[in-house]
Design a protein around this ligand. Structure first.
Ligand SMILES: *Cc1c(COP(=O)(O)O)cnc(C)c1O
Length: 457
């Protein structure tokens, strides 16, 4: 059989709101043209994020009932710790309520004068936590990773030569850790190859720099290695994960992604001294070392989620659903970032709306219209999220201007996907009517979450 099906059936349903365009116009205005301010009851298809929006399995729901709510030494914690160790082989697993809590603990411990942390591309909260601690955050994606229309199997890779030069220039003593994000979320959900992980790891160890993975989508990354990188077709997902993690000294994880759950995360490390300090910080700000800000039933759901996420039928469906949406858009001529990655389809605003330059937030203009057309919520990954101003107040944008259509795991059906494609096509047909936008309000860190915008006539 050629037809790819959802490898599950539906046991519980949740109604989704169907709204009218004239109402959506009011909702969007009230939200200052920032979908983060929209109420979910006004959204038909919510593609804001794949984070914590997963549908859990019947086994996970059963696990919630079975969770052991002991404050210390909970049975649910040990289940969680066991499976995470089975996947990563790291020595210390420190549970946190979500990924950024792990980031905050790690970077608080690494801060100091004149420090810098490289990555293929820092995710927004990672960059936020690094900069908040007075550390410089720099991105070294491979060049092809920043050109949306070019296809390559591993566009999430880090540029190893640039990393080497940077270490030379900056001094290895000023780089407390090097990160690699798998898959590269802000770079289009693109995977990182095993070869690249190995090479970055080698450069780090030659320089005595600890190497950490931001591993939120480790299973999706492993699936791409299995299907795209020579030599891995016959390996199991778990074997591939074991190898990926074997090159690293630690990891930060948002289990709201490949934990197939609604909350959770961890910091993992092989460094005993760092683990001890991290556990102290954990107790001060998150909770005891056997729950770290989660209910124990959450740990139970996560332990099961980590098993389910490595199922190849699931991963084939997951990556297939993204590709299905991408292919529909490509057929309709809608410019997207190619090839489709692991968790989202990204509209390429630079080609979609060439008449709006980056300083006027072209991707935001597209996603506002997408909401008006179909009640679909998405997120900007471009100048609003990452834009800065230079000394003269001129706009400095990131390499790409993207609208991310993040697909929640196991939530939407093929008909929902068709609906999204139709709405995108509609917006694309009328793209020349899209207008420039400007900021009315912004905060210093992570401004996109609470920014207010208006159209310029
Ligand atoms: C989601 C995400 C994070 C942050 O995790 P939260 O659980 O949202 O705090 C960090 N890095 C990447 C790559 C992510 O996708």
């Amino acid at each position: 059989m050629k037809t790819l099906i959802e490898p599950f059936k539906i046991k519980t349903i949740e109604e989704i709101p169907i709204t009218k365009r004239e109402d959506r116009e009011i909702f969007l205005k009230e939200a200052f043209n920032n979908p983060f301010f929209l109420r979910s009851e006004h959204i038909t298809i919510d593609l804001l994020t794949d984070s914590g929006t997963t549908a859990m399995s019947s086994k996970q729901w059963a696990g919630l009932m079975d969770g052991d709510e002991a404050y210390a030494g909970s049975r649910s914690y040990y289940k969680f710790e066991n499976i995470v160790k089975e996947i990563t082989n790291f020595k210390h697993i420190i549970p946190t309520h979500q990924g950024r809590a792990a980031e905050r603990i790690l970077f608080t411990l690494l801060k100091g004068d004149n420090k810098s942390i490289p990555n293929n591309t820092h995710f927004d909260t990672t960059r936020g936590n690094i900069e908040y601690n007075g550390i410089e955050a720099c991105d070294f994606p491979v060049e092809i990773g920043t050109i949306p229309e070019l296809e390559a199997p591993f566009k999430g890779n880090m540029d190893v030569e640039r990393l080497k030069n940077y270490i030379q220039k900056r001094g290895k003593e000023n780089i407390p850790v090097c990160m690699l994000t798998i898959t590269n979320n802000s770079g289009g959900g693109q995977p990182v190859s095993m070869q690249n992980i190995r090479e970055v790891s080698q450069v780090c160890s030659e320089n005595g720099i600890p190497f950490y993975l931001d591993c939120c989508r480790f299973a999706e990354n492993a699936y791409f290695i299995k299907t795209r990188e020579p030599g891995y077709a016959d390996k199991s997902i778990k074997e591939i994960c074991n190898e990926m993690f074997s090159y690293a000294d630690g990891a930060t994880m948002s289990a709201k992604k490949d934990g197939l759950s609604n909350t959770g995360g961890f910091l993992a490390t092989n460094d005993d001294a760092l683990a001890e300090q991290a556990q102290s910080l954990l107790i001060i700000t998150e909770g005891f070392i056997t729950y770290g800000g989660m209910t124990r039933r959450d740990l139970e759901a996560l332990a099961q989620g980590f098993v389910e996420v490595m199922d190849e039928n699931y991963l084939e469906y997951r990556v297939g659903q993204i590709k299905y949406l991408g292919n529909k858009l490509i057929e309709a001529g809608v410019p997207i970032l190619m090839p489709t990655g692991g968790h989202a389809v990204y509209l390429d605003a630079k080609r979609f709306t060439p008449h709006i330059s980056p300083e006027y937030f072209p991707a935001q203009a597209i996603l506002c219209e997408l909401y008006l057309v179909g009640g679909i919520r998405s997120v900007e990954i471009g100048s609003l999220m990452f834009g800065k101003r230079d000394e003269n107040g001129n706009h400095v944008g990131p390499p790409m201007e993207l609208v991310r259509l993040a697909i929640p795991r196991r939530v939407y059906t093929q008909a929902h996907t068709d609906y999204v494609a139709e709405a995108c096509e509609e917006v694309y047909k009328n793209r020349t009517k899209l207008k420039k936008m400007r900021l009315l309000y912004e905060t210093k860190f992570l401004r996109h979450f609470t920014a207010k915008l208006e159209y310029i006539d």
